[in-house]
Design a protein around this ligand. Structure first.
Ligand SMILES: [Fe+2]
Ligand SMILES: [Fe+2]
Length: 335
């Protein structure tokens, strides 16, 4: 190791120095104390031996990108100590170019407040929430055998359409909000869990009173989600709850005000509900149901186009059409 890097080892924080192949060249006393690894045990090894799966791959990808371009990088690592316990730290790695060689100096600061529990970055929290919502949505509609694939497709299509609409209209929606729309879209019909099967799956025409009962799945769904989230009682779920409620309550509203339950019109219908309305109808059309065959995608697109400005937000249908033209929509469903 180059002599000029030695002063870094005198820092009070934990320090690790590697070469350009990320082989450990030196660690300081604080590093040895915190991790329990004496330097002679880890010097010469690859720094990746300290990794755990609790640090997401994206963290490493971002780190290598930044370091390979010659820039410093900061982030959060969850590594293992020698006694196998976890060590959460905030680290800054700086590249140094000395006499034709590259060195990386990593300075760690322990995140003491995480002595108990795990550090979870936003992406990981988001994926855990998504899995929980999926389980919830599927268990609410467990009586319908094809429901899982429908819900997953609605979620994927909501993500695609939200992103495309956001780009086309230059809305600059924050990525967390975008992710929230697709995550919550899976819940759109949870209120159907309270509708009697005889009405829900009745082949043929429904009587007026049966239709009224089915339409209640929107308000019942909001009631269910409200109860679940009040149990969670945590402010990180607050935004999530309002998006989910908007989708559940308003996904059957129509652009011209003839939908239910509130007969909202145009942009009075929350955007997330307008988006789910387009993709939910689209996926229902291209899927086989007990009372209908599946439609070809081109016919379903034609249907959306004919009903834009009546049932659907015209801008959203146009955005959806661009996805279709670019071959971004999923293949026809077999269910
Ligand atoms: Fe619905
Ligand atoms: Fe649906």
């Amino acid at each position: 190791m180059n002599e000029s890097l030695k002063p870094f080892l005198a820092l009070a924080d934990a320090v690790i120095i590697t070469n350009e192949k990320h082989q450990i060249l030196a660690v300081n006393k604080t590093y040895e104390c915190i991790t329990g690894f004496p330097s002679d045990l880890i010097v010469g090894k690859k720094a990746s031996i300290l990794r755990t799966r609790l640090t997401p791959d994206e963290t490493y990808i971002g780190m290598y990108e930044s370091l390979n371009s010659g820039s410093p990088w900061s982030g959060i690592f969850t590594n293992r100590k020698r006694d196998n316990s976890l060590w959460h730290s905030s680290i800054t790695i700086s590249p140094f170019f000395i006499e034709g060689n590259t060195y990386y100096v990593g300075v760690f600061r322990e995140l003491e407040q995480l002595d108990r529990g795990y550090y979870l970055d936003e992406q990981r929290v988001s994926s855990i929430q998504a899995s929980l919502l999926k389980v919830l949505a599927i268990s609410c509609e467990i009586r319908d055998p094809g429901i899982e694939s429908h819900l997953v497709r609605v979620q994927q299509l909501t993500e695609l359409l939200t992103e495309r609409y956001n780009e086309r209209c230059g809305l600059n929606m924050p990525s967390l909000e975008l992710a929230g729309f697709s995550r919550s879209s899976i819940l759109h019909d949870i209120g159907k869990s309270a509708i009697p099967e005889g009405i829900l799956y009745k082949p043929g025409r429904l009587a007026d009173y049966e239709r009224t009962i089915i339409e209640m799945h929107t308000v019942i769904g909001v009631d269910i989600i409200g109860k679940i989230y009040s149990e969670l009682d945590d402010e990180i779920f607050e935004n999530e709850l309002s998006t989910a409620k908007n989708i559940i309550l308003h996904h059957h509203e129509k652009w011209d005000g003839t939908g239910y339950p509130h007969g909202l019109k145009g942009t009075d219908i929350p955007l997330e509900a307008r988006i789910v309305s387009v993709v939910d109808v689209f996926d229902a059309l291209i899927s086989k149901r007990p009372y209908k065959e599946k439609w070809p995608i081109s016919d379903a697109m034609q249907y959306l186009n004919t009903n834009k400005g009546k049932h659907f937000d015209p801008e959203l249908v146009d955005s959806f059409l661009t996805l279709y033209e670019e071959g971004m929509l999923l293949p026809e469903s077999d269910t």
